[in-house]
Design a protein around this ligand. Structure first.
Ligand code: SF4
Length: 315
């Protein structure tokens, strides 16, 4: 698929038609299963200043936390015991939990047969290598924005090329690599949306998370316009066409900006459910969203019911 075809799908093709195309490709390539992943946000410390994220180091209003190794392992165990087979360990970028400790945590959780996915930001090749060696199978590191100039204005002191180098390191080490981007960041135009989609294909993402930009009041972009829900759906659907066998999550931001169930029709086949302990969950505040406060078992049951209502199989 070339730029012109992608542009047509983004701007001209009726939404229903695009969703049907993506749904057919999803069914033919990854079937009806929806994979449910546990998401544990284990630390909200971050040394970076991404202008769109509530965890930015500049946000002095946030209560910072970092779970201990035993808290992380205990929470993963609870998730494993209620049926989760994969856990995503996510944090801001900091050394609040150092890489060697993270390796021990990954090794312990993996020893039960639980798959560990990491989402802890940019690290050195050697650090990624240690984590792979410790047993981590997948790594999420979205490129966020495929324009060097806009990327640098959103991430003061950091470059898109460094981000892409990390993505290539992750891939070369044999991780399943999860990329992705935000829809609706300031200064985005349709050509940048196309660049974002094509970069997912160029990086040969095994997973791709596409979220809508939602302004957080305690960030520099607090007054910016929210990203467009339908455009996000279109991006998910086109990603399914570009990467037919990839795992595509229903991103949480879709439930804030519109009907998240439509993402399943747009080709999504993964959903992440927070298992972060309630006391910490309220402070993992990337963007403003009502924090869901039940428990690990009931949250999983609720999502299984939802998936079955959509006539898909939960796994
Ligand atoms: S997007 Fe990630 S790296 Fe940037 S401030 Fe938020 S948690 Fe930190």
């Amino acid at each position: 698929m070339d730029r012109i075809q992608i542009k047509r799908l983004l701007t001209e093709t009726p939404l229903e038609e695009l969703l049907d195309m993506a749904d057919r490709v999803r069914k033919a390539n990854v079937g009806d299963t929806v994979h449910i992943r546990a998401l544990l946000e284990f630390s909200n410390y971050c040394s970076r200043n991404c202008t769109y994220c509530g965890l930015t180091a500049e946000n002095g209003k946030l209560d910072r936390f970092s779970m201990t190794a035993s808290e992380i392992i205990d929470t993963a165990k609870k998730a494993f015991n209620v049926g989760y087979k994969t856990i995503v360990l996510q944090s801001g970028e900091s050394n609040a939990v150092d890489v060697d400790t993270l390796c021990d945590i990954v090794g312990e959780i993996s020893s039960w047969g639980m798959i560990v996915t990491l989402s802890c930001g940019e690290l050195s090749y050697d650090e990624y290598s240690k984590l792979k060696e410790a047993g981590a199978k997948k790594y999420l590191l979205k490129h966020e924005c495929a324009s060097e100039g806009i990327y640098s204005s959103l991430h003061d002191g950091y470059t898109l090329s460094d981000r892409i180098k990390c993505a290539r390191d992750i891939k070369s080490l044999g991780f399943e690599y999860g990329g992705g981007f935000l829809v609706g960041l300031p200064d985005e135009d349709i050509e940048l949306v196309i660049d974002n989609l094509l970069l997912l294909r160029e990086l040969q993402c095994d997973m791709a998370g596409i979220g809508t930009f939602i302004p957080h009041p305690s960030t520099k972009l607090g007054g910016a316009k929210q990203g467009d829900y339908e455009l996000t759906l279109r991006c998910i659907a086109i990603t399914r066409l570009l990467l037919p066998t990839a795992n595509l999550p229903v991103t949480t931001s879709l439930s804030v900006t519109g009907d998240s169930e439509l993402a399943y029709r747009a080709g999504a086949n993964v959903v992440m459910v927070k298992v972060t302990p309630i006391d910490y969950r309220k402070n993992y505040d990337i963007y403003p969203i009502a924090k869901h406060m039940t428990d690990i078992k009931n949250d999983r049951l609720a999502i299984v019911e939802k998936i079955e209502r959509l006539e898909r199989q939960a796994k």
